[in-house]
Design a protein around this ligand. Sequence first.
Ligand code: BEZ
Length: 211
Amino acid sequence: MSLRIGDDAPNFTAQTTEGEIDFHQWLGNSWGILYSHPADFTPVCTTELGRTAQLKDEFAKRDTKVIAVSVDELDSHHEWIKDINETQNCDVDFPIIADMDRNVATLYNMIHPNASTSTTVRSVYFISPDKKIKAIITYPASTGRNFFEILRVIDSLQLTDKYSVATPVDWQQGQDVIISPSVKQEDVAAKFPKGHQLIKPYLRYTPQPNK
Ligand code: BEZ
């Protein structure tokens, strides 16, 4: 059965370019991004892994660990990393799982047989510190993911986790957020001391609480 938002993120052990890991132990109390790549030495994946490395500080600011998975073997990953570093001007120092037996790809439903029976699609799993799946993005192999969108989703998830808010359409850091419908109007002033704007009883904006 495929994984859905709210499910427990399955644990696994795996060989990675940074050594063997137990996924849950490796995550510790951090947020996590687990994302799949169709194959080593492919152009789109090369750019995505490069972007991940370039955004290292942005992921660190968000206390988020990133781990990639591809069904190729460890030696191949290590050779590919040299190319990624050379062509994307970066230093890949996050783990890439060598998932030759497709254990991780199967656990996380990353192979979509009507797209390809042998390689993964581009899945992204967002995992919270309590090891729950909080969001899932899926693209075909031919579409490179937008890593600024991945950071934006992490920001939204972390805000929702801490405050009773949601983020509106096209929301970006620093913009107003939406007060959750579950917050009673009589509690709004105490909960959101920066103020709020009531457009409709169900549509209430407040400044981003952590800015
Ligand atoms: C790529 O990563 O460039 C790629 C992989 C599989 C199919 C198409 C593109």
